[in-house]
Design a protein around this ligand. Sequence first.
Ligand SMILES: Nc1nc2c(c(=O)[nH]1)N[C@H]1C(S)=C(S)[C@@H](COP(=O)(O)OP(=O)(O)OC[C@H]3O[C@@H](n4cnc5c(=O)[nH]c(N)nc54)[C@H](O)[C@@H]3O)O[C@H]1N2
Ligand SMILES: Nc1nc2c(c(=O)[nH]1)N[C@H]1C(S)=C(S)[C@@H](COP(=O)(O)OP(=O)(O)OC[C@H]3O[C@@H](n4cnc5c(=O)[nH]c(N)nc54)[C@H](O)[C@@H]3O)O[C@H]1N2
Ligand SMILES: [Mo]
Length: 627
Amino acid sequence: MFFSSAGDINLLNHAGLVENLFSQTGGYSGTWATASGEGAVFASKMTYGNGTYGCYTRDDYLNSRLIIIWGFNPVVSSYKGNGGLHLARAREAGIRIVCVDPRYTDTAATFADQWIPIRPGTDAAMLISMAYVIITENLQDQAFLDKYTIGFDQYKEYVLGHEDNIAKTPAWAEAITGVPAATIASLAREYAIKKPAALLDGAAPGRTAYGEQFHRAAIALAAMTGNLGIHGGSVPGGSVYGLSVPPVKMGPAVYERMNNRQNPVDQASPPRKDAGPYKGQPSASSARVNEMNIVNAILEGRNGGYPADYKLLYLINCNYVNQWGNTNKMVQALKKLEFIVVQEQFMTPTAKFADIILPTNTYLEINDLAIGSINLFYGYVNKVIEPVGETKSHFEIATELAAKLGIIDYTGKTTEEWLREIVAGCKDIPDYDKFKQQGIQRIKLSQPLVCFEEQIKDPVNHPFGTPSGKIEIYSQEIANLGKPNLPPIPKYIETWESLNDPLAKKYPLQLITGHPLRRAHSQLDNIPWLKELYNHAVKINTADAQGRGITNGDLVKVFNDRGTMIIPAKVTERIMPGVVDIPEGAWYNPDENGIDRGGCANVLTRDGCSPGGAFPGNTALVQIKKA
Ligand SMILES: Nc1nc2c(c(=O)[nH]1)N[C@H]1C(S)=C(S)[C@@H](COP(=O)(O)OP(=O)(O)OC[C@H]3O[C@@H](n4cnc5c(=O)[nH]c(N)nc54)[C@H](O)[C@@H]3O)O[C@H]1N2
Ligand SMILES: Nc1nc2c(c(=O)[nH]1)N[C@H]1C(S)=C(S)[C@@H](COP(=O)(O)OP(=O)(O)OC[C@H]3O[C@@H](n4cnc5c(=O)[nH]c(N)nc54)[C@H](O)[C@@H]3O)O[C@H]1N2
Ligand SMILES: [Mo]
């Protein structure tokens, strides 16, 4: 089993080199999905289809009359494209900004006119009841729906309650979400009337059980109001996560030659049924497991219906033990394996389980290239210091392993030769040496890029990538999957571990695990100065703390059936009652009793994925007591 994640974004020194190596020596067992936004990926591929995304640049915020930031906190977890900067400009321009989030985030505090707290995992219910208001008050853009979408009528049946005798009124949603019905109704009217309006559906509400429904419902709402494919609108499912294809490319031919991912193991198995428009890609192979299921795949193997009995795990660019659901269970799984290789820069909680650690350079020790995705730029990663100790680059590691495996002509070129060749294939960069010296080259645009602009302006010649060529509010492809809890129209499905779960008697608090201000996930948690600046703690509402005799800074025990940790409490009004937040990424550090003293959020989260493949890291019940 080979797994790689968020560690590097280099064009040359990246995990693909190792994948290439394995592909040439019989192949490897891979994974599919992305922890960041598989809910959004699923919703986008099924609703818009694949292949024809444009790019959506955030300077387009200035063209909106209303911006709804939904479960998105770009001031802290800046996710591609300088969201904070562009929101600041929108704020200065007087554009109304609304924030829907269980937390009064720094983004809400800095930019929002209105904060709407909502119970985690219930967002689809609010979006669907907004659709109810729009339909019953006849505010929908029927011309847009008729021209560009299919399935609105089926959705309408569900929303109005003709399908299941439950009208999805704001009052219905209030009971689920905790958001007052009047607030929902007025936001719905505003979004429908104040055109153009942007609905920025963050990836975090999609990182819940049935998270794909949130994004599907957001797309439906944007389509109902004609706020898609136009300046000042947005592209839900892709606006935040950035599924778009940017117009920055570097020497693809060379790049692909180095990245031979013709993995025989993938090729020997048919595509997964739910691969949708991604069927041609290696990650669609049924030989792969969802990355959230690696734990169960290792523990259960073929007997559990997984593609293989795994013996060796090769990890690169990731801190798996720390960063995926159910850390304590993962530790058990790792003990079952025969051999673990970790390519790392630091002795992380994951590296501690390795039989062999291949020490890897940081980006300060190598020359390399990077490209932006929503920020449009080409970057030269200039080496600052000579490699420390025995560390090697990914390129050197792959080359030396290749020689030992007898793949002599594996790369055949020096790093410098490769970098020159990749840059030579890029029409935007005329002079390699000048580019190297200048370090960054931005692409200037005459106006913001808008996703799906062509599909809206000229639908005949630019159909969407779905089977119907339209935005599929009803998806036959989803219907064909026949999966439980994966309906062909967007629906609200109550999550596991919701407040109605009997488990809530024992564990009455909903845990969310936001991205941390002064770390990139688990990276930089080992920097003492940053720890001083940013105290890792569980955020808990004043009322919840008072009921438990907890005051600010107290050490508390946070626990459920999956694990226990002891960390400080941050008592605050900036999180709604009933919800607590432990930022992901703090390093797992169990004491002799198995109690985590590091504050690794995934000690408390579940493994496994939602039916559409999403990582449900924001769905978990816990209890908190004074330690
Ligand atoms: N509970 C909870 N868990 C989450 C999330 C959440 O919201 N809640 N978010 C999820 C998300 S969106 C993501 S993307 C994942 C991220 O999870 P990971 O991909 O594990 O991310 P990092 O913690 O940044 O770990 C990257 C590791 O790679 C190493 N590294 C960095 N650069 C290089 C390099 O060039 N070469 C090599 N070999 N190693 C390098 C770093 O030292 C670090 O240990 O976490 C997920 N986990
Ligand atoms: N500083 C920093 N920046 C980062 C990262 C990092 O670790 N540190 N990680 C990077 C990566 S790989 C990613 S994927 C992105 C992640 O970026 P995001 O997914 O946007 O970040 P989060 O902090 O997980 O969540 C954003 C907001 O969603 C809220 N939220 C959580 N659950 C729910 C819910 O059920 N409903 C609603 N309405 N809101 C909810 C949280 O309170 C939070 O304010 O950030 C990237 N940027
Ligand atoms: Mo991510």
